[in-house]
Design a protein around this ligand. Structure first.
Ligand code: NCD
Ligand code: ZN
Length: 360
């Protein structure tokens, strides 16, 4: 066989991939001056995003969510459409009345459950799910989605086991007690979470982040401590990462894209007690493309990024397309971020795909 014959038998890698415009089903954009950096980055590739409510103070009312939405829209470049899908932050004292108002508001689509103390901005979170059973029942009636940060906060539970234990201690009973409540198990990181979601009823889905699909916990310690790879839930071992990739490329509509892009100014991450959160808004789709390419599953990326989330939330799929081309480029070292800088996930690394026609 000549070299030419051999070449013609090897499938050529896809050079360009055109997708229906995608959405981000888990995003932190912060507030104030930060919006000017991060909102345009998300809008480069996403038409909509679920906006997390963990501001300080948290977004606990429909009125606050609508005001926040206007500030996000004001940060968009001229002519770019981007629909922030708002969420309310559940506290022990959230009222079923507020949930009814949320149900009547087209811009509020979900509520976020942070176990108190689990992560950044969760101090006002729920101390015991039993305390919000009336609220969950009303959400179930209103068709609002429950987005869950699935980690127990018990200091006796090992950091790396907190997600798996949350399934046993909280999630199983919540799914059982509210059979019609739509639940998104956010940013899953373990084999246990993948298996739980697969076996659960169709009311249960999960989001997957680029960092948990690309990296295992070794990334936190390459030659020294690497704060820009620290997020919550923390990166896990390689066997878990592999299970997440299998879920993402499986074609199972329960797993969809949610970046959990969570910007923190560089000095607050490179610190004695650094903040949790990875920033991926600028290059998220390019990162996911690399994961799917490595798994020989680029053909599954569109449904994961652009269809399954919208379907689960009961929203129309987007129209319009975006293209990724196979072209190497380097993730910038930093972006300006208010009066500071922000370091993106995988900064300085070469990426294999580039967004050909950013939305702005
Ligand atoms: C998020 C943040 O910074 O707001 N941090 C993170 O590590 N993911 C909070 C969260 O989603 O847990
Ligand atoms: Zn988050």
């Amino acid at each position: 066989m000549t070299d030419n014959d051999r070449r013609s038998q090897t499938p050529r890698p896809l050079e360009e991939l055109t997708l229906t415009v995608a959405d981000d089903w888990h995003l932190h954009v912060r507030d104030g001056a930060a919006l000017a950096t991060v909102v345009p980055h998300s809008a480069r590739q996403f038409a909509r995003a679920i906006i997390m409510p963990n501001l300080s103070p948290p977004v606990v009312s429909v009125a606050a969510a609508l005001a926040y939405r206007q500030r996000i829209l004001a940060a968009l470049p001229e002519g770019v459409s981007f629909d922030p899908l708002m969420t309310l932050y559940l506290t022990d004292s959230m009222s079923p009345d507020e949930i009814r108002r949320a149900g009547d508001c087209e811009h509020v689509v979900a509520c976020k459950l942070y176990p108190a103390g689990a992560t950044t901005g969760s101090d006002s979170g729920v101390t015991d799910v039993a305390r919000i059973s009336g609220v969950l029942a009303e959400m179930e009636r209103q068709g609002l989605v429950l987005c869950v940060h699935g980690e127990v906060t018990d200091p006796d539970v090992d950091m790396f086991d907190r997600e798996a234990i949350f399934i046993e201690r909280v999630l199983e009973s919540t799914v059982r007690d509210f059979p019609n409540l739509k639940i998104v198990f956010e940013h899953i990181t373990t084999t246990e979470a993948v298996d739980f979601v697969a076996a659960a009823s169709p009311t249960v889905a999960a989001t997957l982040t680029p960092q948990h699909l690309m990296f295992n916990r070794n990334a936190l310690f390459v030659g020294g401590i690497r704060p820009h790879y620290y997020c919550l839930p923390i990166l896990k071992r390689e066997s878990h990462r592999k299970a997440l990739v299998r879920a993402a490329v499986s074609g199972n509509p329960k797993y969809f894209l949610g970046t959990d892009s969570a910007p923190h100014a560089r000095n607050t991450k490179e610190a004695a007690c650094g903040c949790a959160g990875c920033y991926s808004a600028w290059h998220a789709l390019e990162l996911y493309a690399e994961v799917f390419d490595d798994a020989n599953a680029l053909g599954q990326l569109e449904a994961f990024a652009s269809f399954y989330g919208a379907d689960f939330y009961g929203l129309e799929r987007n129209s319009g397309t975006l293209s990724l081309i196979r072209e190497s480029h380097t993730v910038p070292e930093s972006f300006r971020y208010a009066d500071s800088e922000i370091t993106p996930l995988a900064s300085g690394r070469a990426l294999r795909f580039r967004l050909k026609n950013p939305r702005q």
